[in-house]
Design a protein around this ligand. Structure first.
Ligand code: ADP
Ligand code: MG
Length: 233
């Protein structure tokens, strides 16, 4: 099933207020209505503080909205119990963060297997799957290295492998190229292109024009002060 407009993800007047009714109250996402179609690559652009991370957290079921609805694959996530929401998040989404969020003292393969815990998969199966994912990203030879010994580009690919380990339908990437140079950013975009060809839907936030104007991006949603600017959905 899909959202009311036929999208894989659909938000309707979704709002996120931090510290409600306090002096430091912030409306980070203000009545945002957007859709993401199955198989699309959508970029969310906007200056720092415009609400990109907050909107991605809502879309990725990492946070709950203050009001409004978010429908993922036909289900209104705002209405799900914590347990079901966690299951939806783990099953449907793979996350790539700006700081990579890897554990630098663990090996590459241990980092990649982290999202499989807790779970009922056998350790041998976990390894097999992690190795196949690393192989697809050209990192199998480095599986036993500690992450801190890798280059920035390699760390980025470990972060991608970790995002893929649960075989998610949707990749959510929050300013993933902010710490990468031009060559590595290009490499990152071509990995996204491959994943998209394999059927993954991609939502990426960025303030870098080279990313949101990249030929693989199907659509750009522009944010400012928590709102979507007119004409971009
Ligand atoms: P962006 O990712 O575009 O930089 P964010 O979603 O991080 O924007 O932030 C949007 C607004 O919400 C900013 O004013 C920011 O300071 C505020 N904000 C973000 N996270 C929190 C939080 N956990 N608590 C309070 N305010 C927050
Ligand atoms: Mg952000």
């Amino acid at each position: 099933m899909n959202g009311s407009d036929g999208s894989l993800i659909h938000t309707e007047n979704v709002t996120k207020v931090y510290n409600p009714r306090r002096p430091d109250e912030v409306c980070a996402v203000d009545k945002v209505t957007v859709g993401v179609g199955r198989g699309e690559i959508v970029a969310i652009k906007g200056p720092s503080g415009s609400g990109k991370t907050s909107l991605l957290s809502l879309i990725g079921c990492m946070a709950r909205p203050t009001s409004g609805s978010i429908v993922v694959d036909g289900r209104d996530v705002a209405k799900l119990s914590e347990e079901v929401l966690t299951r939806v998040r783990r099953k449907k989404f793979g996350f790539i963060f700006q700081q990579f969020n890897l554990i630098s003292d663990l090996t590459v393969i241990d980092n990649v297997m982290l999202p499989l815990y807790p779970g009922d998969m056998r350790p041998a199966e976990m390894r097999r799957r992690a190795e196949a994912t690393l192989d697809g990203l050209g990192l199998l030879g480095k599986k036993a290295r500690r992450v801190r010994k890798l280059s920035g580009g390699e760390q980025q690919r470990v972060a991608i492998a970790r995002a893929l380990i649960n075989e998610p339908e949707i990749i959510v990437a929050d300013e993933p190229t902010a710490h990468l140079d031009q060559t590595l950013s290009d490499e990152f975009m071509s990995i996204l292109e491959d994943l998209n060809r394999q059927g993954k839907t991609v939502v990426i936030s960025t303030h870098d024009a080279l990313i949101y104007e990249h030929r693989i991006v199907d659509r750009v949603i522009a944010m400012r002060d928590g709102r979507v600017e007119d004409g971009t959905t």
